[in-house]
Design a protein around this ligand. Structure first.
Ligand code: AHR
Length: 494
């Protein structure tokens, strides 16, 4: 399959905000307990954080991690997770029907984040709680005043504020599964009042309002419009969430997930602009795709998990090569929409639909999806350029004219490296590239890595952790993308 790709240095999409390489840790399953935190584990540090896990997280160079939920946050009292650990309450956690010990809370998490070279994006509870608890948490985290909550932080041993800049106003408030879900109008009002109080407490913060929980919600789009009408001037971002999967083993359609994601982003951005116009506002609302990933493998096994356990093995998807190719494609779409998507969180980071898995008391390893994220995070920062791709198309499910090849092009800040991320969706055909790179005379191809292979269902496990990994392709003048593969090409200035 002949594929022409034209890129010009002059033709830019925008700067990539490094926060698109964010991730997410929720108090869910073994994400926290047995994941990032395990006192008594051979690799635990002085605070009980697993350093083997930390090492893999540092490799990914995740700049921001959303916390503590997810659905969990809608029933959470943040005060349960601070101060003397021996006095923290064990609670019935309704979102995931588990027992929460509160041995990790905001104090520990911000310390963990520092050790992982990352920042915290905090979600506040707009389910069982509201504006007051949210603004108290902002004071606890960010203020140097001689006032109750800032002093409480000092009493707990933290003289300096944590400096949390980015806040989510609740989580998936349109979902009937959410603790105390709301109508769009109810949520829009409370998001508005909460944002006001939080910003009066710390005017330097940015806040994200909840968009729809996914693209198939019955209120999708009307939710976005109503919420934005209520809180437009007080919020900075609108969230998008979506998970992809291949439950029917229809790989051609599954590989088109990133095409669907692109449509979703453009639709929500359009609604933001529509309300901007309606309000005659000078401000644009940008997007926070703060939950995205593949999630479907664990659905059946989760139904069998006993309730009210501490850290049960929930949402433990074991990812295939095929999933890694899809995740790589989703990253291409996020980069190509960097003019609107400023934040994105791979949901999640450890054990729960995650690139990193652990055995409680044992080893940790990188899942297949770890690798496209790793390469994109390390090489995908800079200026995104428009890439015109001329190739064949196919129809998949209700998606028409899905191109076989997708590409994103990133020029590094120092302009010494041009990186192309490429997806070949064809199940049978190689894609032979005709690369027309305008303004890149003197750049040479120095690396071609690929996630590819015959066995699309191959996985990494504790006993065989390196089965699926990117391969280094031999460099030649004719670049070829194998069928159903995700690739990275690096061109370096001489
Ligand atoms: O990431 C798992 C769950 O998916 C989150 O708790 C929720 O926000 C979403 O439905």
């Amino acid at each position: 399959m002949k594929t022409t790709i034209r890129i010009s240095e002059q033709n830019k999409i925008g700067e990539v905000d490094k926060r698109v390489f964010g991730s997410f840790v929720e108090h869910l399953g073994r994400a926290v307990y047995g994941g990032i935190y395990e006192t008594g584990h051979a690799s635990a540090d002085d605070q009980g954080f697993r350093q083997d896990v930390m090492e893999l997280i540092r490799e990914l160079q995740v700049p921001i991690v959303r916390y503590p939920g997810g659905n969990f946050v809608s029933g959470y009292n943040w005060e349960d997770g601070i101060g003397d650990k021996s006095r923290r309450p064990r609670k019935m956690e309704l979102a995931w029907q588990s027992v929460e010990t509160n041995q990790v809370g905001i104090d520990e998490f911000q310390e963990w984040a520092k050790r992982c070279n990352t920042e915290v994006m905090l979600a506040v509870n707009l389910g069982t709680r509201g504006p007051e608890a949210a603004r108290n948490l902002v004071e606890y985290c960010n203020l140097e005043t001689d006032t109750y909550y800032a002093n409480l932080r000092r009493e707990n041993g933290f003289e300096k504020p944590f400096g949390v800049k980015l806040w989510c106003l609740g989580n998936e408030m349109d979902g009937p599964w959410q603790i105390c879900s709301k109508t769009a109008y109810e949520y829009g009002r409370v998001a508005c009042e909460t944002a006001k109080m939080m910003k009066w407490t710390d005017p330097s913060i940015e806040v994200v309002a909840c968009g729809s929980s996914n693209v198939n919600m019955p209120t999708y789009m009307e939710w976005e419009r109503t919420v934005l009408r209520e809180c437009y001037e007080h919020v900075d971002y609108l969230s998008l969430h979506n998970y992809y999967g291949n439950p029917d083993n229809d790989t051609a359609t599954y590989l088109a997930s990133s095409f669907e994601m692109d449509h979703f982003i453009k639709q929500v951005a359009g609604i933001c602009d529509e309300i901007k116009e309606e309000k005659q506002s000078d401000k644009s609302i940008h997007l926070s795709f703060d939950e995205w990933n593949v999630w479907f493998h664990s659905n059946e096994q989760d139904k069998k998990i006993e309730k009210w356990q501490v850290a049960p093995p929930l949402l433990e998807d074991i990812y295939t090569l095929e999933d890694a190719v899809v995740v790589g494609g989703l990253l291409i779409t996020l980069l190509n929409n960097c003019d609107r998507v400023k934040i994105a969180c791979l949901a999640q980071l450890v054990n729960v639909i995650a690139p990193i898995m652990t055995e409680t008391g044992g080893d940790c390893w990188a899942q297949t999806i770890f690798y496209p994220f790793l390469y994109a995070s390390r090489n995908g920062r800079g200026t995104a350029l428009k890439a015109a791709c001329n190739c064949g198309t196919y129809d998949a499910g209700n998606m028409k004219s899905v191109p076989y090849v997708d590409v994103s092009a990133i020029l590094s800040e120092d302009k010494k490296q041009l990186t192309l991320f490429l997806l070949n969706r064809s199940l049978q055909d190689n894609a032979e590239l005709d690369l027309q790179l305008e303004g890149f005379e003197g750049y040479t191809l120095t690396q071609h890595i690929a996630m590819e292979g015959e066995d699309l269902k191959a996985v990494n496990t504790a006993s065989d952790p390196h089965r699926v990994k990117p391969v280094n392709k031999e460099l030649s003048d004719q670049v070829v993308l194998s069928p159903h593969s995700w690739n990275m090409l690096t061109f370096t200035a001489e």
